[in-house]
Ligand binder design. Structure first.
Ligand SMILES: C[S@@+](CC[C@H](N)C(=O)[O-])C[C@H]1O[C@@H](n2cnc3c(N)ncnc32)[C@H](O)[C@@H]1O
Length: 381
């Protein structure tokens, strides 16, 4: 059986996620704001969960339709094949959102979708009452401009939860965003990556996992592993496949620095948990002392950002220090910041800028240093 598989992502990462899905073997890919969809069988539901680095979650779409009244919403929801995924005893809570639509009341839509799904399942299973004690099949709906999509969440916990970062310092970058920047920066298996503000080590760890082709979901479970529709064998095969793709011969190395000793410790602990401790190094050092004497170096970081007056002053001073040392480095540089004054303080306009969102915070990725030789030759072909 083929499903429409929907993967939401952070705004600005749609093209990166699309490329990931192409590489993964997804068919009939379509892109819209904040989501990429494709068609695939049950093995692709498993593969997407295990392998995608920039998707926030994996949803199985049961159907899409237009509805402007509660009656239309009920009738069209009732027509959807919930029983393809939701078993007789499974739990199916409903959650969703509505934007620019006639059906504005989310609690009402939630109740109607629940009622329609329950009626459909009751009829299919010949049961007047559904006990809902089994696997979690979280129904998620979206209503945008009267277009309704009804989906079931195959991931459970968001895919940014890789399992290596239980302890995070203040203001860690989201793992999916870090992975997106690593992709944009074209980190290779022989790259040298440096993060002068490593915090909990997210950028370094995502870089190492990308370079070594370690699938981000190898160390966790997904809601759909309990579904009757996704046999255990499929997940075993996909995990085997992902293990087989790991590049242990990659010469990639990452170096992190931070002024906070606890952050350095956390980076090393998290790298250990992620299985990349041999590639990720970290030390205490202020950015003002940064130097790099390596080939193929890339610096990627999200420096501190101030929200109160005193913090803003301190963060601005850090940006000035960054400019003084980083402008001289022979490395490609990628800095993500929500500050509109970053380039001014850093003292150099970026060669390229890209709008990205860290959750709900609008940021820019400031890119310095030309495209890599390898990238140029790939483009020229
Ligand atoms: C926004 S956090 C980085 C978060 C990190 N990317 C993560 O995912 O956990 C900024 C980090 O910069 C460090 N920092 C602040 N000023 C610094 C300086 N002058 N030199 C080096 N590190 C500094 C802080 O201790 C903090 O860990």
């Amino acid at each position: 059986m083929k499903y429409k598989i929907v993967c939401p992502c952070l705004f600005g990462l749609e093209s990166v996620l699309k490329q990931e899905i192409i590489r993964m073997g997804g068919d009939e890919i379509s892109v819209s704001d904040g989501r990429v969809s494709f068609i695939g069988g049950v093995e692709m539901i498993a593969r997407a969960n295990i392998c995608l680095r920039t998707a926030e979650r994996v949803l199985v779409c049961l159907g899409e339709f237009c509805a402007t009244s509660f009656t239309e919403l009920f009738d069209q929801t009732y027509a959807l094949p919930f029983e393809q995924i939701i078993g007789r005893k499974d739990r199916f809570p409903v959650q969703g959102w509505s934007l620019d639509s006639k059906l504005r009341s989310v609690p009402d839509c939630q109740a109607i979708i629940k009622k329609a799904a329950a009626k459909r399942l009751g009829a299919k299973y010949g049961a007047a009452w559904l006990e809902e004690t089994g696997a979690l099949c979280q129904i998620r709906f979206s209503i945008r401009k009267d277009n309704v999509a009804v989906m079931i969440d195959a991931s459970g916990e968001g895919l940014h939860k890789r399992g290596y970062r239980e302890n995070a310092n203040i203001a860690p970058i989201r793992e999916t965003l870090a992975a997106g920047i690593i992709d944009i920066a074209r980190i290779y298996d022989d790259s040298y990556l440096c993060d002068p503000f490593c915090g909990s080590g997210t950028i370094l760890i995502e870089g190492a996992m990308h370079a070594m082709r370690i699938a981000p979901g190898l160390r966790r479970r997904f809601a759909c592993e309990d579904w009757g529709a996704t046999p255990r064998r499929v997940f075993n095969d996909e995990r085997q496949r992902a293990f087989g793709l790991i590049r242990r011969d990659a010469s990639f190395e990452a170096q992190g620095y931070d002024i906070d000793p606890a952050a350095v410790e956390l980076t090393l602990q998290n790298a250990e948990k992620a299985g990349v401790a041999s590639r990720v190094h970290a030390a205490i050092q202020p950015v003002s002392e940064l130097s790099i004497d390596r080939e193929r170096a890339a610096v990627i970081c999200n420096p501190p950002y101030g929200e109160r007056m005193l913090e803003i002053k301190a963060a601005n001073e850090v940006y000035r220090q960054m400019g003084r040392v980083m402008r001289r480095l022979n490395a490609r540089k990628y800095v993500i910041s929500p500050s509109d004054d970053f380039e001014l303080l850093y003292g150099q306009p970026a060669e390229r800028r890209r709008k990205l969102y860290n959750g709900m915070i609008r940021c820019q990725l400031f890119c310095y240093g030309g495209r890599t030789e390898r990238h140029k030759s790939v483009q020229a072909r």
